[in-house]
Design a protein around this ligand. Structure first.
Ligand SMILES: Cc1cc2nc3c(=O)[nH]c(=O)nc-3n(C[C@H](O)[C@H](O)[C@H](O)COP(=O)(O)OP(=O)(O)OC[C@H]3O[C@@H](n4cnc5c(N)ncnc54)[C@H](O)[C@@H]3O)c2cc1C
Length: 423
């Protein structure tokens, strides 16, 4: 059976689903192909995967109608952030009040974001969300990209279209194919786009902890020589989600400990920022890398989110960059379509790439530099780093500029991310 669409999005994670919402209720026909049914947000516990969400991303969620679904489930405000160096010599404090905002952003469980986006997609008559969808082969007009036997389906893609064969025998045709399929993107690989990648030889350990002191909606991040440890405030005032980045041998050692031994190590690493850590739930770990695709677009194809770039989680920006990709690409596609242009041409898609690349590369450079600057035990570099932190902390205009940029209040934002005046 064959179905025809304007846009087919491979990957219905946070970024792919947001892109579909941004194209929802338009005159375009959209298909989302997701391989794995998403897990529902847990009822008793918190999801192990949470994200710090910027004000710009929350504006996009409001604009596409997914915010009520998030608020109705679970959400926590992020009002302040305290970052300090393990030696105690360098420290910086970001307070939303300093930039006249009630909050810097939000902490939201990934499964809550996906559930709210899917709920919104169900209301969009122009979006087909297919899950589970197992791709057998992708064929693009000018480049044959095959996940099956090379050449088998070349004749099925006519000029000016993309053809996706599913393993259940269905065929999908579209004008544009979007790869929102994460780190190991099938779309990126089959397109033959190289990524410049750096294995950080670190893992990020995530877990939910109960603490003696209330978090007061403050995120704490302590830079240890082996990597940063962050506490992100959850909905319950005494619960936080940790992201503990550590060099691989250290991370494996921590993962192998029983709860009591892990808690003792965590307590020591935390610098007692939230008092005694009373309990820890299940733990999981993710390999950390920096990666950037050499290009985000080709004729009829574009990459968004982790399929295009991966940054270190220390700045809490990874998925926010992906959300800005999605909002920007939706704007570029809709603008071209309103002007009756072919939405899959390289000229149209390059506008998206030019718009987003500089921002994404800058964040990659910043998180990479932080990772190495704080990982260094070289005394001269440590002293310089702590001096830099101290000076930035004291220079309010500079600090406020950094804060506004990190919240997504400044910069060349897509329409969906610009706040209406009264918000
Ligand atoms: C420990 C840790 C903490 C983090 N914390 C933050 C944070 O606080 N803030 C922040 O902004 N970012 C954070 N990040 C980064 C963030 O998690 C990622 O940037 C984000 O998950 C990327 O979303 P995505 O939708 O692009 O990709 P993914 O989340 O990887 O989603 C890709 C989707 O595509 C599907 N898929 C893959 N292949 C196929 C296929 N062939 N066919 C169909 N479907 C397919 C997958 O099943 C998945 O649903 C963190 C990352 C880590 C590791």
């Amino acid at each position: 059976m064959q179905k025809n669409y304007d846009v087919v999005i491979v990957g219905g994670g946070m970024v792919g689903s947001l892109l579909a919402c941004a194209l929802g209720d338009s005159h375009l026909k959209i298909a989302v192909l997701e391989r794995v049914p998403p897990a529902a947000p847990p009822v008793e516990d918190y999801d192990l995967r949470v994200s710090a969400i910027t004000l710009a991303s929350s504006t996009v969620f409001r604009a596409v109608g997914a915010w009520p679904g998030i608020e109705r489930r679970r959400i926590s405000e992020l009002r302040e952030m305290r970052v300090w160096d393990a030696s105690g010599a360098g420290t910086i404090h970001f307070d939303s009040a300093d930039i006249g905002e009630p909050r810097l952003g939000y902490i939201i469980e990934n499964s809550v974001i996906v559930a709210a986006l899917r709920e919104r997609l169900q209301q969009c008559a122009n979006v087909d969300y297919r899950c589970p969808a197992d791709i057998a082969e992708i064929v693009v007009e000018c480049a044959h990209m095959s996940t099956g036997e090379p050449g088998t389906a070349r004749s099925r893609a006519a000029p000016g279209e993309v053809s996706v064969a599913l393993k259940d025998g269905q065929h999908i045709k579209a004008c544009v194919l979007i790869g929102a399929d994460g780190t190991h993107s099938l779309v990126r690989r089959t397109l033959g786009v190289e990524s410049v990648s750096l294995d950080l030889r670190q893992k990020g350990i995530v877990a939910t902890v109960a603490t003696e002191r209330a978090h007061e909606h403050i995120a704490w991040q302590r830079f240890l020589p082996t990597g940063p440890l962050a506490f992100l405030p959850l909905g319950d005032s005494h619960m936080s989600s940790i992201v503990w980045s550590a060099d691989r041998p250290r991370a494996d050692e921590l993962l192998g400990l029983d709860d009591a031994a892990f808690l003792a190590q965590l307590q020591a690493a935390s610098g007692d920022c939230l008092g005694e850590i009373a309990s820890v739930g299940a733990r999981a770990a993710f390999p950390l890398a920096l990666s950037h695709a050499q290009r985000y677009t080709a004729a009829r194809v574009a990459l968004v989110g982790d399929a295009a770039h991966i940054v270190h989680p220390l700045a809490g920006q990874g998925v926010n960059l992906g959300f800005m990709d999605a909002a920007t690409l939706a704007e570029v596609i809709l603008d071209a379509s309103v002007r009756k242009r072919d939405i899959g041409t390289i000229d149209v898609l390059r506008r998206y790439e030019r718009w987003r690349k500089a921002d994404n590369l800058a964040m990659l450079a910043v998180t990479g530099a932080f990772r190495y600057l704080f990982g260094s035990t070289w005394p001269a570099l440590s002293a310089l780093r702590n001096l830099g932190l101290g000076l930035t902390n004291a220079a309010a205009p500079v600090k406020n500029l950094i804060m506004r940029h990190a919240c997504g209040l400044d910069g060349d934002l897509p329409r969906l991310a610009r706040r209406p005046l009264q918000q």
